[in-house]
Structures are given as C-alpha cells and as structure tokens.
Design a protein around this ligand. Structure first.
Ligand code: COA
Length: 208
C-alpha cells in the first residue's frame, strides 16, 4: 500500500472533518481544523494519505460520497499534536472506519511520538475515554501509562477520561526508535512529517 505521512493542510480539512464525524460523537468543526493548520503556532497536525485504486471497487466506494472526487490520493486518517513548553499533547487521532485495524492508527500515533521526540518534549500526554479499550491498547503498545482519571471529562455523556502519558526517557526513546524502524519496514510508508518542520503558517508579505 502506498502511504504517506505528512502535515495536514487547509485543502485536507473537508476530508479530515468527514472522517472525524464518522469516528467521534463530538467532532471538531471544520473551522477548528482550519485554525489548527493556519493559525495555531503550537499545533502539528498530521494526515495519513493513501493511493486510490483505479477500479470503482475498493477505495472509491467510500471516497466518492465523502468528497465527491474520484481519483488520486486520499486522506485515510489524521492526528493532532500540540507542543507547549516541554509537553507534547495528542489532541486527536482517527482512522476512517472502513480502514481501521490495518496498522494505520499505529503509524499516525508513532509519527506524532517521533515528532514529539524531535521537539525535545519530556513526555507525551493524551486523554482517552475509559470505554475506548481499542485506543488504550494502541497507546499501551507504545508504553503510555494511565496517570490519573479526569471525572466526567466528556460532555456528551459525562464519561470519565484516563490521562495517559509516555515519559520520553532515554530508554523509552531507544525502544521507540526500534519500534518505529520496524513499523516503517512493515508498511513502507513515506514520512514527510515527523522530522520535518511544519509549513509556514503566516505567509510573509513581500517587501517593496
Ligand atoms: C483508535 C484508532 C485510531 C486505532 O487505529 P487503527 O488503525 O484501528 O489501529 P491499528 O490497526 O493501527 O492497531 C494498532 C493497535 O491498536 C490496538 N487495536 C486496534 N484494533 C483493536 C481492536 N479491535 N481491539 C483491541 N485493540 C485494538 C492494538 O493494540 C493494535 O495493535 P496490534 O495490532 O499489535 O494488536 C482507530 O480505531 C479509530 O480511529 N478509532 C475511532 C477514533 C478514536 O477512538 N480515537 C482515539 C481517541 S482517544
């Protein structure tokens, strides 16, 4: 499979928001994503992009209703990372429901952890619903640990959140680097995100 991990751009926002609405009970607005990619100075938004098949089977079955286009490369998952002081915070992560369970969520998570390492973060934090065992398994696979419970964190049903953290110690960094190398071999994806600087957010006006 032809996969690229890269920075999210404004052009991706409608596809990202469509996946978000399928994946979450409380989706972000398109305006929120637009802010993250054009204005926020601490945001490192990522997408996983895949090649579409040429036949009308497979990819196009779900891509057409989502964005009305029929060919080329398409966003199949996305994530959000904030870097504030020495804390990296994963704000969101999702894979299109038709394509979950293929290791693509793992690519997104690993990409954001690697980006956090490049930013010299001391740890990576995130919140996850206590009922979301699937996501928790993914985070535990990458050595995240539950550090506390945030009561009634989610406003739609008052569900509690686990605060999960990965301390980026020297040992954790070394183990992560091995795991990341193995992941790249397994999926053969191109990484244009985790060790690249984000595109310029505020274009500088030319001086005359
Ligand atoms: C959570 C999510 C991003 C994982 O992405 P994915 O592509 O489905 O997961 P992957 O195929 O990369 O699996 C990676 C690991 O996740 C865990 N996992 C994945 N599917 C699972 C399942 N059905 N049951 C239990 N654990 C599962 C496993 O630890 C798996 O590793 P393994 O294959 O070595 O066992 C995806 O399921 C999703 O988008 N869910 C909806 C949105 C969401 O809940 N986001 C998290 C918010 S905190």
């Amino acid at each position: 499979m032809n996969l690229i991990l890269r920075y999210m751009t404004l052009a991706d926002v409608s596809q990202v928001a469509a996946i978000d609405r399928l994946a979450f009970d409380l989706p972000w607005s398109e305006r929120s994503y637009a802010y993250e990619v054009t204005e926020s100075t601490y945001s490192y938004m990522v997408v996983l992009e895949a090649a579409t098949e040429s036949s009308t089977q497979g990819w196009r079955r779900w891509l057409l209703p989502v964005n009305g286009r029929s060919s080329g490369r398409r966003v199949v998952g996305y994530g959000g990372l904030w870097n504030i002081m020495s804390e990296a915070h994963i704000s969101t992560i999702a894979v299109h429901p038709n394509y979950q369970g293929r290791g693509w969520g793992e690519i997104l998570l690993a990409g954001m952890v690697r980006r956090s390492l490049a930013l010299n973060a001391g740890y990576v934090a995130l919140e996850v619903r206590v009922s979301n065992v699937r996501a928790q398994n993914l985070y535990r696979k990458y050595e995240f640990e539950t550090t506390s419970v945030k009561p009634k964190y989610y406003r739609n049903n008052n569900e509690d959140a686990y605060d999960m953290r990965l301390a980026l110690t020297a040992g954790a960094r070394a183990r992560f680097n091995d795991r990341y190398a193995a992941l790249q071999v397994r999926h053969g994806f191109v990484d244009a995100y985790s060790d690249h600087e984000p595109p310029r957010r505020h274009p500088v006006e030319p001086e005359y």
